[in-house]
Design a protein around this ligand. Structure first.
Ligand SMILES: Nc1nc2c(c(=O)[nH]1)N[C@H]1C(S)=C(S)[C@@H](COP(=O)(O)O)O[C@H]1N2
Ligand SMILES: [Mo]
Length: 301
C-alpha cells in the first residue's frame, strides 16, 4: 500500500511536463488563474513534504512534522481539485478509451515506479534516514523503552486522570448482566506477555513487550457480532469478533505498569492494526450485534 502511494505520488511529478504545456496554453487566455495556481502550490508542497519525510526522516519545520504538513496540504488540495474540475468539466469521449491512452497510462506508471526504485536505492546507498523506515513509512521511536515512546492522541482527545484504585472495567455481552472488574482483579488476570508493534499514522513505530489479558480469556468464547472497546474519554473502536484471538488488554509494557500517557491503567493492544485502533484508558469492552464497520473508518476525536 505505501509503495503504491509513493508510486502514484511520483506519477504526479511525471505528469508535470505534459501538464505544463496545457498550463502555458491556459495562462495565455487571460482569466482567473488563482484557483489553478493555489492547487499547483498545495500539491507541490504536499509532494515535497512527503518525499522529504521518506528520504530525510521525521524532522520538523517550525514545530510541525513534515508528515503532518504532507497530510495537511493533501487534505487542502481536495476541495481545490473539486472546484478546479468543476470549472473546466470535459465530457469523457469514447475516443479517450483508446489503446494509446492505455499505453500512455502504463508508461506513466512505469516511469513513476522506476523513479520510486531509484529514490529508494539512492536513499539506502547514501545511508539517509529514509532507509531506516518501516514498510508503512514510520520511523522507530522508543522500542523496549516505553518512557522514550511518543505519547500520541488521534485528534482532539486528551489524557484523562484515572485513579486506579477507583477504576473499574465493564465487560458486557448482549443479554447478560455486565461484569465489573477492579484494577487489582485485572492485575491478577494479567498473565500473558507478547511483543507487538505500535505503528502510529503520525509516522513513528515502537515494539514493546506488552503484558495483559487475552481478549478471548476476558470475553470467553465469541463466535458472532463485534467487539466494541470504549475509553473513559468516549473514544471508541469496533472490531470483528475474530480479533478476540489476537487482541489483549494490556496493563504493562516492558514489565512496568502503563503510564497515564500510554493508556494506564489499561489499554488495548491490537497487533497488526495501526495505532489509532489501540484504545487507551479502556473502561468498557462489549460484544454486540452492531457490526464493527458501522462506525466511521477513522475516529472523530
Ligand atoms: N482514548 C484514546 N486512545 C487512543 C488515542 C486517542 O486519541 N484516544 N490515540 C490512538 C493513537 S492515534 C495512537 S498512535 C496510540 C498512541 O499510543 P501512545 O500514546 O501510548 O504512544 O494510541 C491510540 N489510542
Ligand atoms: Mo496515531
Amino acid at each position: 500500500m505505501s509503495v503504491l502511494h509513493g508510486v502514484l505520488g511520483l506519477g504526479l511529478l511525471v505528469l508535470v511536463p505534459c501538464k505544463s504545456v496545457i498550463v502555458r496554453r491556459g495562462l495565455r487566455r487571460q482569466r482567473g488563474h488563482a484557483l489553478g495556481i493555489a492547487l499547483a502550490v498545495v500539491v507541490a508542497l504536499s509532494l515535497a513534504a512527503g518525499i522529504a519525510h521518506s528520504i530525510l526522516g521525521p524532522f520538523e519545520v517550525a514545530g510541525v512534522t513534515v508528515l503532518d504538513a504532507h497530510v495537511a496540504f493533501a487534505v487542502a488540495a481536495v476541495p481545490l481539485v473539486l472546484l478546479h474540475v468543476r470549472g473546466r468539466r470535459q465530457r469523457p469521449r469514447a475516443a479517450d478509451l483508446t489503446r494509446r491512452t492505455a499505453l500512455r497510462a502504463i508508461a506513466l506508471l512505469g516511469a513513476a515506479a522506476i523513479g520510486y526504485g531509484v529514490l529508494e536505492s539512492a536513499t539506502s546507498v547514501a545511508r539517509l534516514p529514509g532507509a531506516r523506515r518501516r514498510a508503512t513509512g514510520s520511523y522507530e521511536a522508543g522500542s523496549g523503552e516505553p518512557i522514550a515512546m511518543p505519547i500520541t492522541q488521534w485528534f482532539t482527545d486528551e489524557v484523562p486522570s484515572v485513579d486506579p484504585s477507583a477504576y473499574q472495567l465493564a465487560v458486557t455481552r448482549t443479554g447478560e448482566p455486565a461484569r465489573r472488574l477492579t484494577y487489582d482483579e485485572l492485575l491478577s488476570m494479567s498473565d500473558t506477555t507478547r511483543a507487538a508493534v505500535l505503528d502510529c499514522t503520525g509516522g513513528w513505530w515502537a515494539v514493546q513487550s506488552w503484558r495483559g489479558i487475552r481478549m478471548d480469556t476476558l470475553l470467553g468464547a465469541v463466535d458472532h457480532g463485534s467487539i466494541w472497546v470504549r475509553s473513559v474519554t468516549g473514544y471508541t473502536r469496533g472490531f470483528p469478533w475474530q480479533d478476540a484471538a489476537t487482541m489483549m488488554l494490556a496493563t504493562h509494557a516492558a514489565g512496568v505498569p502503563l503510564s497515564p500517557g500510554h493508556g494506564g491503567p489499561v489499554r488495548l493492544v491490537a497487533p497488526g492494526r495501526r495505532g489509532f485502533w489501540w484504545v487507551k484508558w479502556v473502561e468498557q469492552v462489549s460484544v454486540e450485534p452492531r457490526p464493527w464497520w458501522s462506525e466511521p473508518p477513522f475516529p472523530l476525536q
